[in-house]
Design a protein around this ligand. Structure first.
Ligand SMILES: [Zn+2]
Length: 105
């Protein structure tokens, strides 16, 4: 009888460990899913629709806005798209001299 008890005890112990292992794996998978969801949101926030901006080209580097906009600035009631924050900052240092290069729509 005592032997049977020990066998039962060790069996339930193994089962418990196995259950524990499974739940930790599931938790990792869930965390990974959340991570990738956050990454997707992050990427979406950094991309602007070309239709929302009034310029055809990034006035600083001359890149067409259709290649991708990662930052925007307002200038004389227009919304300007830039390929990067660096380009936006460069434009804002002297917008009057650079606005022609933006090729406003
Ligand atoms: Zn640029």
């Amino acid at each position: 009888m005592r032997k049977l008890f020990i066998i039962m005890l060790s069996t339930s112990c193994v089962l418990f460990l196995a259950a524990c292992e499974t739940s930790s794996t599931q938790q990792k998978a869930a965390t990974a899913t959340i991570d990738s969801a956050v990454n997707k949101i992050d990427t979406a926030e950094k991309t602007y629709d070309v239709k929302l901006v009034d310029n055809k080209k990034d006035p600083t580097c001359g890149m067409p806005v259709t290649a991708g906009i990662s930052d925007t600035a307002h200038y004389e009631n227009k919304v300007l798209g830039f390929c990067s924050t660096e380009c936006k900052n460069e434009f804002l240092k002297n917008p009057k001299a650079n606005i022609a290069a933006a090729e406003l729509k």
